[in-house]
Design a protein around this ligand. Structure first.
Ligand SMILES: Cc1cc2nc3c(=O)[nH]c(=O)nc-3n(C[C@H](O)[C@H](O)[C@H](O)COP(=O)(O)O)c2cc1C
Length: 363
């Protein structure tokens, strides 16, 4: 990484919001709308923020927080914050170098990257770009042999775990893209192999678990019922997600779903979550509610769009600082001390949209 550029970026961006504003200036209208938009009315997008904004803290005081440890672990390896880069298709339309630029930022900071199967460069080149903790996420768009080939390649290239995204049985109507006539350079309408995606069932999860000895994450769980089924199939990680509100419209916000899934899982597997997480306080809320790791989708993309790999690193530094302050003000010296008693339901304040975490952003 270019340290002079990083120094400049640190001086230029004192808040996450400033990175978001820079991304908006830098990105052309098509990629911008693709990045920030959601399905149809974007109700699920807004509910992701609404759910987070409807949680308040119950701080404890007079507990020595002179040293706050914000680290966590990920499949037994230490990570600097309990967050990872969620899989993003088409990253190459947001930042030069695409997934490789994101991998370098994740590695330099010390958090994992989950690589999307519809992103450039592919899994081999991204693995070669940076020595980061990595997970491979697959959209199932081929037969069993096709899936097995991806598992083999991912394992050969040091991917720690494998993720199947399962909230994409149909490709949603992203109206910002349609209205803007934005044709994604990497595909036109329905992706090749989307019939496999629609036909996917728990039978394939069973086949996967019987055949492969790699930890499996199911991304896109939104009910206790499906969490229970995932457990019955031996899934290691239940990833609560509504795809950032980009698939089913009128779903619940992820942070509202999290407690029912955590209760259903009852410690038998890890629960991860994403959807609307933009600030350090958001991350702390998820961990207090029982998530082990938080996926960041749009935030890293915005940071990459603002200032490339240095921008991503800066965003993660700012997030870490926000997390440290939040934990300290809650009277907790580490995530291990955080409990569901540190949060409570509260009436939300203000508006709820993809940017409501940044109230000073010019509309
Ligand atoms: C531009 C964009 C592309 C995405 N591509 C994928 C993908 O290829 N695979 C996937 O499982 N999820 C994908 N997602 C969903 C994210 O992994 C994640 O679930 C979501 O962005 C989290 O919400 P947030 O953006 O509010 O943080 C994408 C999201 C965005 C914004």
């Amino acid at each position: 990484m270019n340290t002079a550029h990083l120094g400049k970026v640190r001086d230029e961006f004192l808040t996450l919001q400033e990175l978001v504003a820079a991304a908006r200036r830098n990105l052309p209208p098509g990629p911008w709308s693709y990045l920030v938009g959601g399905a149809e009315t974007e109700t699920t997008v807004r509910r992701n923020r609404l759910a987070l904004d409807s949680i308040a803290f119950r701080p404890r005081v007079l507990r020595d927080v002179s040293q706050v440890d914000v680290a966590s672990n990920f499949f037994g390896r230490k990570i600097r914050l309990p967050v990872m880069l969620a899989p993003i298709g088409g990253l190459e339309s947001i930042v030069e170098g695409g997934a490789a630029a994101a991998a370098r930022g994740a590695a330099q900071f010390g958090v994992p990257q989950m690589l999307s199967s519809v992103c450039q460069p592919g899994l081999e080149q991204t693995a070669a770009a940076a020595d980061t903790l990595r997970v491979f996420q697959l959209y199932v768009r081929g037969d069993d042999a096709w899936v097995d080939d991806h598992v083999r390649r991912a394992k050969d290239h040091g991917y720690t775990a494998f993720c199947l995204t399962v909230d994409v049985a149909m490709y949603s109507r992203r109206e910002r893209d349609l209205i803007g006539r934005f044709i994604k350079p990497w595909r036109a309408t329905a992706p090749a192999g989307s019939n496999f995606q629609s036909a996917l069932s728990w039978d394939q999860v069973k086949r996967f678990k019987d055949k492969h000895d790699v930890p499996l994450i199911i991304k896109g769980i939104a009910t206790a019922e499906d969490a229970e089924l995932a457990l019955q199939h031996g899934v290691e990680v239940i990833y609560v997600s509504n795809h950032g509100g980009r698939q089913l419209d009128h779903g619940l916000g992820s942070a509202a779903i999290l407690p029912e899934v955590v209760a259903a899982v009852g410690g038998r597997a890890e629960v991860w979550v994403d959807g609307g997480f933009m600030r350090g306080t958001d991350v702390v809320k998820a961990i207090a509610l029982g998530a082990k790791c938080v996926g960041l989708g749009r935030l890293p993309c915005l940071a990459l769009g603002a200032a490339g790999t240095s921008g991503l690193l800066r965003a993660l530094e700012l997030l870490e600082e926000e997390v440290r302050i939040c934990l300290g003000l809650l009277g907790t010296a580490s995530f291990a001390e955080l409990t569901p008693r540190h949060v409570t339901a509260a009436p939300p304040v203000g508006e709820h949209d993809v940017f409501s975490a940044f109230p000073h952003l010019e509309k």
